[in-house]
Design a protein around this ligand. Structure first.
Ligand SMILES: Nc1ncnc2c1ncn2[C@@H]1O[C@H](COP(=O)(O)OP(=O)(O)O)[C@@H](O)[C@H]1O
Ligand SMILES: [Mg+2]
Length: 256
């Protein structure tokens, strides 16, 4: 049984068909890539799986439960967590506090103790994320004081702070330099071992090809190719989707 099983998923924005019969699975321990040109429907896919957008048709199963109509907070409690292209950090809180607010237990007891003693909540999860992502040097800084690369790492940290079963990352390498992207790749590779499977959307082919077990390619809301990174990169449909024309002999999708 797959951890995430998306079957025949369609989403309409008004008359626009943003997703059209998408089938995609993520198994426990996998890192799965989702790529495609701008406007292909990648963010809509993450929105719909995490409950920010409603499916028009199809079924989303997570950990054996049908969550197609479940509200977003139930999905995140079940261990399905996302990041945003726009990062969505709390700019007036330190890095540590950004992580700490994302780890808090939703139990009634935690709510009461937080209200009575605001600093009493358990920081051990947040500390583990600081360890994992090497964020201790900036733990007391505000996100606005960090580089773009560090802000991306904090956004990833917020998603990981609740120890999710599956994290869906929307363009985590956007604006990162090659060194930062290589560090991100190394971090993503560690996640399955600590119990977090990954679905990653990105335009950076080196990241996708280096970390993913399986890659799916979206074009105009449809999956046009799926397979191991090497198979997908040589697929003529993928090259055509990226370049908008048939590939020249010997041309690859990552040579845009
Ligand atoms: N809330 C929305 N309302 C209307 N159209 C939308 C909305 N969100 C996305 N779209 C449209 O849906 C299509 C897919 O967008 P998106 O999922 O953001 O693509 P990607 O992330 O692959 O660039 C695009 O044509 C986009 O303009
Ligand atoms: Mg997007």
């Amino acid at each position: 049984m797959s951890l995430l099983d998306v079957d025949n998923l369609s989403v309409k924005h008004g008359v626009l068909i943003a997703l059209d019969g998408v089938r995609l699975r993520v198994d426990e321990g996998q890192i799965v890539g989702l790529i495609g040109p701008n406007g292909a429907g990648k963010t809509t896919f993450i929105d719909t799986v995490t409950g920010f957008t409603r499916a028009t048709n199809g079924q989303i199963t997570f950990d054996g439960r049908d969550i197609t109509r479940a509200p977003g907070h139930q999905r995140s409690l079940a261990g399905l967590v996302r990041t945003f292209q726009s990062l969505e950090l709390f700019d007036d809180m330190t890095v540590l506090d950004n992580l700490a607010v994302s780890t808090q237990s939703p139990s009634l007891w935690a709510t009461i103790t937080d209200a009575l003693w605001p600093k009493s909540h358990d920081l051990s999860h947040a500390h583990r994320v600081l360890d994992l992502l090497d964020l201790w040097p900036v733990a007391d800084r505000l996100p606005t004081e960090l580089s773009n690369g560090q802000r991306h790492v904090v956004a990833l940290g917020r998603a990981l702070a609740s120890s999710p079963r599956l994290v869906l990352l929307d363009e985590p390498a956007a604006g990162l330099d090659p060194t930062e992207t290589a560090e991100l790749a190394a971090t993503l590779r560690k996640l399955p071992a600590i119990g977090t499977s990954v679905l990653v959307v990105d335009h950076d082919m080196s990241l996708i090809m280096n970390v993913c077990d399986t890659v799916h390619v979206l074009d105009f809301g449809k999956v046009v190719a799926s397979g191991a990174p090497d198979q997908v990169r040589h697929n003529p449909k993928v090259i055509a989707a990226y370049l908008g024309r048939p590939p020249a002999p010997g041309e690859h999708a990552d040579e845009r």
